[in-house]
Structures are given as C-alpha cells and as structure tokens.
Ligand binder design. Structure first.
Ligand code: V47
Length: 371
C-alpha cells in the first residue's frame, strides 16, 4: 500500500472512531467481544474493509487461493428439521427425496477421475436407515477410483449422528472413517453456536459444545478442518462475535482449523422464507469482521456459490483470501435460491480472481500450492 493510500485509510479509520482498534491490531493485541460488537455497529463498511484488507495482505499479500474440487451430496434424506434448510427431505419416499446407490455416488468421481481434481467434498442429510458401511464403502470406493484424492467429508453434525445411530463414541466414528480414507472435515453444521439461535433454527442437531468437541477430537487425531457461520437470519452481532470467539479459543488449543467460512442465509424454499437474504454490504462486513477477530485462523473463505461471484470478488478486498473451488455440482444453495452457476472451471475461477485485481493460486485441501 502506498504512503498516500495509507494516510487516506488512516483518516477514514479516525472518522469511523476505530483508531484504537487499528492500534490494537498493529500491536498484535487481540480484539475483544466488545471490539467485535463495535465493528458490527460501525456504519462505515469501507473502514471495516480497509482494516480487514491490511490483515489479509499481511498474511497473504495479493494471493487468492482456490482448489479444483467436486461436491457429492449422496442423500438429502434428513431426520433434522432445520428451519433454514431447503435441501433436506424428512423421509425416504418424500417428494424429491433421493439417496444415491453406492455405484451412483462413485460414478460422480469416476466420470471426472481423469481431471486434475484434488478434493471431494461430501455433505449429506442425516439418513435414519443407511448402514455405517455405506459411508465407509463410499470413502474406500472414492480412494480406489483416485488414490491421490483428498476426502473432506461429513460435518460434525453427521459425525454426532453416526455415533448416536450406530452406538459408537464420536472418536470411534472418526477413527473408523479415517481408516476408510477420510482426510479432513468440512466446516458445515456450525450455524451459529448460540444456544438461543440453535433452539430456534436447528433444534434437532448436535449442540455447539459437541460440534466443537468433535473438531477438537479430529484435530487431535491429526485431521484438519474448516468452520462455517450461517449469518443473516435471527442472530445478533453479539452472537456472531461469540461464535468467532469460540472458534478462536479452540484454535488456540489445537491449531487445526484452516479456514473460516461465513455462509449467507438463502431464504427460498425453506421455513424461514419470510426473512430477506442479507444484502451484499452485510456479506462484506461479516467477512471483514471475521478476518479481524480470528487472528489465529489462516484463511477466510468466501464461498462464491453463496455470496455470488461479484460479491466474492469484492470480498477479496474485505479480508477474504480464498474462494473455495470449482465445485461442479451444488444442491444445498441452489435449492435455497442461489442464482450462481453450479460450477466454474479453473480457468474461469482464475479469471474471476484476476479481474478483481488479485493473484490466483491453486491449492490442495491442506493449502499446499499446486504448481
Ligand atoms: O451447515 C444450509 C448451510 C452448510 C442454507 O468446509 C445454508 O470448505 C444458507 O458446510 N442458506 C453446508 N446456508 C455447506 C458447508 C460448506 C460450504 C462451503 C465450504 C465448506 C468447507 C463447507 O450450508 C450447512 C448450513 O450452514 N446452509 N441451508 C441456506 N438456506
């Protein structure tokens, strides 16, 4: 950043009343719950962006990461009735309920196995009738098709569900899935950790403490993971910051989180359809505040499917350094009204990053650079 840009930014931060926060960031001091709530209360979105961009550039310069991945959602049958979800069908046999046979699921990778894909991301509904063997066979089958593939599969909510359904401990479930080929956990199911919010919008799924405990155990077993936050529904600023602080505390213990991923609520075709979708400005603010609060998490990711491509590009100046990946086929957001394409090629994602004035870097799931 040039000296004159620095002075302009500094003047803006002073006008926004955030000089003390800028000083704390420069001194490497942690932001508190009160600081975070003040950031959300600050009406100057560009001031938040300026602060977050400094933190982003300190860590990553202009580099912007993406990966070459595919998604697999093997079933949408789900015993949990989360109010925000448009993907789940409560019972097998319900209209639009589906469960892929193992062969159909494996086919999704088999047809692309010749492409330089490095990751399969699997998230499913909580199916009451499938045997545990379905999931271990899925992992083994995917590895057999492409041994180099990284398997980032099953949210902590699914792990908790498997443990209860198949009467195992959470750790036993993780160990058995790892033995079958599981490499890391995606960040879904975190929603907002506040008990008040969870009681209202996702009462059927595991609570915050168990979600965090499963990630703690996964990190202890040597896996890395991500963490999401669903925003733009009934949560307060305090609850968003509390969510981030719980992530930061676990990260201090384990260092196992790779990326924080804010997920914008999409209101179509679900029980919260009367709520508006959060505006782009809110998306930029949430990503920026996450970058500022989470001093110990390396990456802040904008999931372009959820934010929209233009907002994802803008977010690269509001603290974000990662755009997820090529995705290929996505159901959770498209069933909830996302109007983004269902995939981008690596060339397209590179062009999107360059058009935003940043430098694309292909990574694998563990952030090793793919040359
Ligand atoms: O946990 C469901 C969210 C998540 C809606 O780890 C919704 O790299 C908005 O976990 N509006 C699943 N959000 C997606 C997920 C994810 C996404 C990108 C990257 C990674 C990663 C993980 O989707 C769920 C829930 O929070 N979700 N329905 C909706 N209507």
């Amino acid at each position: 950043m040039s000296r004159s840009q620095e002075m302009l930014g500094e003047a803006r931060i002073a006008r926004a009343g955030l000089l003390d926060i800028r000083q704390k960031l420069d001194a490497g001091e942690r932001l508190t719950l009160q600081d975070g709530v003040r950031l959300f209360g600050c009406p100057d979105t560009l001031a938040l962006g300026w602060l977050a961009n400094r933190e982003r550039e300190k860590r990553h310069g202009a580099q912007t990461f993406y990966n070459h991945n595919i998604r697999l959602e093997a079933t949408n049958v789900c015993v949990a009735n989360c109010l925000f979800c448009s993907f789940a069908r409560l019972m097998p046999g319900d209209k639009d309920a589906y469960t892929l046979s193992l062969e159909q699921a494996l086919h999704k990778l088999r047809v692309r196995a010749h492409e330089p894909i490095t990751e399969v991301h699997v998230v499913n509904g909580l199916h009451p009738d499938l045997p545990f063997d379905y999931y271990t066979s899925l992992l083994r089958g995917l590895k057999a098709i492409k041994p180099s593939i990284h398997l980032k599969c099953f949210t902590a909510v699914e792990i908790a569900f498997f443990a209860d359904l198949y009467t195992m401990t959470d750790e036993q479930v993780l160990r058995e899935l790892m033995a079958a080929g599981l490499d890391s956990l995606p960040g879904g199911g975190a929603e907002v950790f506040s008990a008040r919010v969870r009681r209202k919008i996702c009462a059927d799924k595991c609570g915050a403490d168990r979600w965090l405990a499963i990630h703690r155990t996964a990190h202890g077993l040597g896996m890395r993971s991500n963490v999401t936050m669903l925003y733009g529904h009934i949560e307060t600023s305090e609850e968003r910051i509390d969510h981030m602080l719980r992530v930061r505390a676990l990260q201090d213990e384990t260092g196992g989180f790779q990326a924080f991923i804010p997920l914008a609520f999409h209101p179509d075709n679900n029980q919260m359809h009367k709520l508006p979708a959060p505006p782009a400005s809110e998306t930029l603010r949430v990503h920026a505040v996450a970058r500022l609060m989470l001093d110990n998490v390396a990456h802040v990711k904008a999931f372009w499917i959820a934010t929209g491509i233009e907002v994802a590009q803008t977010s690269l100046w509001f603290g974000v350094d990662d755009l997820d990946g090529t995705v290929q086929e996505e159901k959770i957001y498209h069933m909830a009204g996302a109007r983004t394409p269902e995939m981008m090629t690596t060339r397209e994602i590179q062009a999107v990053i360059r058009a935003a004035g940043r430098s694309p870097v292909e990574r694998d799931t563990l952030y090793n650079v793919i040359s």
